[in-house]
Design a protein around this ligand. Structure first.
Ligand SMILES: [Zn+2]
Length: 239
């Protein structure tokens, strides 16, 4: 069977499949998320494992249907060196993509921002690459609120005002929302990329706002990487 043309991809997740194979979720540049079976993928490979997270690969697959057969995977660079907390943040990004991206739906902009995020995490950055990828993802999935205005009265989002998020309606200013307007406009504008670093408190509020945007789409099952990260931070004495 003819294999697909090779393209760049990353391993998002892998698990044992049958006797010696692996079931691998890939995030590919042209086709988005793709599930492939790597036959014999659990056998030791000369030169070490290739199908590992955070390493750029050139992959090709054969077959049709929901699961394809991996026809080839070659390293296309070295893996992003993610250690400690950065590793868990990287795993969080992978889990987001697995949960939210439908298979065979291309997200080229998300792919680009994902690569940038891995490099930024490896370089020691924390909040910024995460928020950038989350924002790109919700926008390209079509589930982002309008970051720029109140969806009730249309007034533009002001740094000093506070806003509520309603799942059905989006961002609402204090006058338009019956709920408590808990998110500072500065945090909203930071998420939208309209403002630089607003400081630790507003960065936390931006994280919480993004969590509220993502929540309904992630479903009730908690994110494994989030629980892992929390336990790592507890052990390290951080909240
Ligand atoms: Zn309003």
């Amino acid at each position: 069977m003819t294999a697909s043309a090779p393209q760049k991809a990353y391993v998002l997740h892998r698990r044992p499949y049958r006797e010696t194979s692996l079931l691998v979720e890939l995030f590919s540049e042209r086709d988005g998320r793709v599930g492939v079976v790597a036959r014999g993928g659990r056998k030791p490979r000369k030169g070490g494992p290739v199908l590992e997270p955070f390493r750029p690969l050139e992959v090709a697959w054969t077959g049709r249907g929901e699961l394809r057969n991996l026809a080839g995977a070659e390293p296309a660079g070295s893996a992003a060196a993610l250690q400690g907390e950065a590793l868990y943040l990287g795993l969080y990004l992978n889990e987001l993509l697995v949960r939210l991206c439908p298979r065979f739906d291309p997200y080229p902009r998300v792919f680009e921002v994902y690569e940038q995020a891995l490099a930024a995490l490896a370089g020691g950055e924390r909040d910024f690459p995460l928020r950038r990828l989350e924002r790109c993802l919700v926008e390209d999935l079509g589930v982002a609120p309008d970051w720029g205005r109140c969806s009730g009265c249309g007034a533009s989002v002001e740094p000093e005002e506070y806003y509520a998020l309603e799942a059905e309606r989006g961002l609402l200013c204090g006058a338009c929302s019956p709920a408590e307007a808990a998110f500072p406009g500065r945090a909203v504008r930071f998420l939208a990329g309209a403002e630089g670093d607003p400081g630790p408190e507003d960065r936390r509020r931006a994280r919480d706002l993004m969590r509220a945007v993502l929540g309904p789409h992630l479903g009730p099952r908690p994110l494994e990487s989030r629980a892992l990260l929390q336990s790592v931070r507890r052990r390290g004495g951080r909240s």
